[in-house]
Design a protein around this ligand. Structure first.
Ligand code: GUN
Length: 297
């Protein structure tokens, strides 16, 4: 079987074009979506993500600010900064890049963000709304991006058995929650597997759609999937490869080479889920701007 390669780059491009058009309309009535991104410390992967978020804002015509703070920043200082941006009407969305240094409580900081500006969808108010399937909430960007990829690539999850590998708060749990919802683009039967799951391959072989989000390079092998599976690989793992430029390269959680031979459709790494995450962040920020300005267009 020749697998359909689900291009996150292509899907993200078309969503970004839609957003760009909407921003043109908003600017005609004096509305400019605004996003502030706060990063604490020097984590290299976080630095790359934050830079890409700023670039996406520039590309789509959003107003943006990136606040870079030293790793020595105190929790109190960060909380006060969040308070400041909660009040600042120029910014519709606030994103605090995770992980934070160990001495700062992520929970405390995320809870301090105004839920109406929580474009990451991590505040307990938005998490609660997601769980009950409320229309009016910010869905977390990567899980929402996974759902969009499935829908826009013609792989509607309705009635399908979705197996999720991983139970993180950022991907595994929310993606399961979104896809099990009684709603268009969802309605799946969902199983969540994790590091303590017994007979893992027996379960993954039952998947119509397999979503891998465990952060373990090439973990999913060909004998763990059935013929015709749809695979969404959320993993971003940097591995050593002397033949690659710089001596390292990015791979997903799925052994793409082997699994793609059995799959009906599969996302590559890079160029699969990655570009969708920032695109959904932009979509959430656009949505926030419309709500804050009571824009009905
Ligand atoms: N770190 C890894 N993924 C994310 C994300 O989606 N949002 C934030 N704020 N931090 C992250």
């Amino acid at each position: 079987m020749v697998a359909q390669i689900i291009s996150g780059n292509e899907v993200a491009k078309s969503i970004r074009a839609e957003i760009k058009n909407e921003v043109v309309q908003l600017k005609k009535v004096g509305i400019e979506p605004g996003l502030v991104v706060i990063i604490v410390g020097e984590d290299p992967a976080s630095q790359v993500y934050v830079r890409k978020k700023g670039e996406a804002c520039d590309e789509l015509g959003f107003c943006s600010e990136t606040v870079r703070l030293p790793a020595s920043t105190t929790e109190e200082e960060l909380l006060r900064l969040v308070d400041k941006y909660n009040k600042d009407k120029k910014f519709d969305g606030i994103l605090v890049q995770l992980p934070l240094p160990k001495h700062i409580s992520e929970e405390k900081v995320l809870m301090r963000i105004d839920p109406g500006k929580d474009v990451d969808g991590f505040h307990p108010v938005n998490v609660g709304k997601m769980v009950v399937g409320s229309a009016d909430c910010y869905l977390p960007c990567t899980p929402h991006g996974v759902q969009e990829l499935l829908i826009r690539s013609g792989n509607d999850p309705a009635g399908k058995h979705v197996v999720v590998l991983g139970r993180s708060n950022i991907v595994g749990k929310p993606v399961a929650c979104i896809l099990v919802q009684k709603a268009k683009g969802a309605d799946a039967t969902v199983t969540i597997c994790h590091s303590r799951t017994k007979n893992l391959a027996e379960i993954t072989r039952q998947a119509d759609i397999l979503i891998a989000a465990i952060g373990s390079p090439n973990f999913v092998k060909a004998d763990m999937v059935r013929d015709g599976v749809v695979v969404i690989d959320v993993g971003v793992n940097r591995i050593n490869d002397p033949t690659a430029k710089g001596g390292t390269r990015l791979v997903g959680d799925v052994d793409f080479e082997a699994v793609s031979k059995k799959a009906k459709a599969i996302t590559p790494v890079p160029g699969g889920v990655g570009p969708m995450t920032i695109t959904m962040l932009m979509k959430n920020t656009l949505h926030a701007a419309k709500i804050h300005h009571n824009y009905k267009g």
